[in-house]
Design a protein around this ligand. Structure first.
Ligand code: FPP
Ligand code: MG
Length: 326
C-alpha cells in the first residue's frame, strides 16, 4: 500500500512538473483583470498582488491521466502536454462555476472565487479558462480530432451538473440518477483525459475508445469515493467543512442510495431532506448516521469497486505499455 501510494504521488508530481508551468503561461495570456482573478482561484497570488509560494493546488489527476494515456499507447508523454493543460483548465473552469451553483464558500481550503470576489468574477474566470483550454488544443497537433472530443466532454459535464441541480431541488432523487450525475460530472472529463492522451499518442480509434471507457468508469468510481468523503471525510483532507453537502441537502450518491430503501431509516432520511433551507449541524449529523445505518456508505464503496474493476478490464483490453498501465 505504502509503495503504491508513493508511486501515485511520484506520478502526480512528475505530471505536475510537466503541466503546471504551461497552465500558468496559458493563464498569463488572459487579459489582466481576468488573469488576476484566475490567479486568485489557483492560489498563485493574493488580491493585493502578493505572490504565494506554495498554494494548496489541484491534485492534477486529470492531466496526469492525459500524459499516462499517451504513454500507455507507446508515445512520449511530451506529445500530450497541450491536451493535459486543456483538461486541467476545463476542470478548473468547471469548479469555478460549480462553486457558484453549489454556493460553496471554500475551495482547496481557500475562499472560493465567488465568495472572495463575487459571482461575476467567478463566472467570467470560468469562461476564460474554458476558452483558454480550447485555445491550448487548437494550437496543437491533431486539433481536428482533439477539439471535438473536449467539447463533447464539456457538454456531458454540463448535463451532469444540471442533473445534479435537479436532484438537489428534489425533482429526481433516484439512485441511478445519482450514478448518471457522476458519469456526466466526473466520468466525462476523465474519459476525455484518457482519450485525448491516446489520440495525441497516435492510437487507433478503437484503442482510444477503450481508454475513454477506462477513464469514464474510473471517474464514476472517483465520484463515489468523493461523495463518501463529502460525508465522512475530514476537513484537512477534503478542504471543505464536514457535512457541507448534507447541510445543503445535496442528494449525493450515498444519500440517493440510502433514500432508495424501505427501512425506517430511509423514511426518516427522506423526511429530514423534505424541508426547506439548510439542515442544522445536529440534523446533518443525524442524516449522516441514518445514511450509515442503511448501509449506503458500504453500497457506495461497492459501486466504486465495481466501476474500478470494469475500468481495469477496459484498460487491459487496450494493451497498454505496462509501466504507464501500472
Ligand atoms: C464538482 O462536483 C463539479 C464538477 C466536477 C463539474 C461541474 C460542471 C460544470 C459547472 C459545467 C461545465 C462548465 C464549464 C465552464 C466547463 P461536486 O460539487 O460534487 O464537487 P465538489 O465537492 O468538489 O464541489
Ligand atoms: Mg461543488
Amino acid at each position: 500500500m505504502a509503495d503504491s501510494l508513493r508511486d501515485c504521488e511520484t506520478v502526480l508530481a512528475q505530471a505536475a512538473t510537466m503541466v503546471r508551468p504551461l497552465v500558468r503561461s496559458r493563464v498569463h495570456t488572459l487579459p489582466p483583470q481576468v488573469r488576476h482573478v484566475a490567479g486568485l482561484h489557483f492560489g498563485w497570488w493574493t488580491d493585493d498582488g502578493t505572490v504565494l509560494d506554495a498554494p494548496a493546488v489541484s491534485k492534477g489527476v486529470r492531466p496526469a491521466l492525459v500524459l499516462l494515456a499517451c504513454r500507455a499507447v507507446g508515445a512520449d508523454p511530451d506529445a500530450a502536454r497541450a491536451a493535459a493543460v486543456a483538461v486541467e483548465l476545463v476542470h478548473n473552469a468547471s469548479l469555478l462555476h460549480d462553486d457558484v451553483i453549489d454556493q460553496d464558500p471554500l475551495r482547496r481550503g481557500r475562499p472560493a472565487l465567488w465568495a472572495a470576489k463575487g459571482v461575476p468574477a467567478a463566472i467570467l474566470a470560468g469562461d476564460a479558462l474554458f476558452f483558454a483550454a480550447v485555445q491550448s488544443l487548437a494550437g496543437a497537433p491533431a486539433a481536428d480530432r482533439t477539439v471535438p472530443v473536449l467539447l463533447a466532454a464539456v457538454q456531458a459535464l454540463i448535463e451532469g451538473e444540471y442533473l445534479d441541480t435537479l436532484m438537489e431541488s428534489g425533482t429526481d432523487v433516484r439512485e441511478e440518477r445519482a450514478a448518471e450525475v457522476a458519469a456526466g460530472k466526473t466520468g466525462a472529463l476523465l474519459a476525455c483525459a484518457c482519450e485525448l492522451g491516446a489520440i495525441v499518442g497516435g492510437a487507433t480509434e478503437e484503442r482510444a475508445q477503450l481508454l475513454h471507457g477506462f477513464g469514464r468508469r474510473l471517474g464514476i468510481a472517483y465520484q463515489c469515493v468523493d461523495d463518501v468523503l463529502d460525508i465522512w471525510g475530514e476537513e484537512p483532507v477534503t478542504g471543505k467543512p464536514a457535512l457541507l453537502d448534507l447541510r445543503s441537502r445535496k442528494v449525493i450518491i450515498p444519500v440517493a442510495a440510502a433514500m432508495a430503501g424501505h427501512t425506517p431509516q430511509a423514511r426518516s432520511l427522506r423526511a429530514l431532506y423534505s424541508g426547506n433551507g439548510p439542515l442544522g449541524e445536529e440534523e446533518a449529523a443525524r442524516a449522516r448516521d441514518l445514511i450509515e445505518q442503511t448501509g449506503a456508505r458500504e453500497a457506495t464503496l461497492r459501486r466504486a469497486r465495481r466501476h474500478t474493476a470494469d475500468a481495469l478490464h477496459l484498460l487491459d483490453q487496450a494493451e497498454p505499455e505496462p509501466v504507464a498501465a501500472r
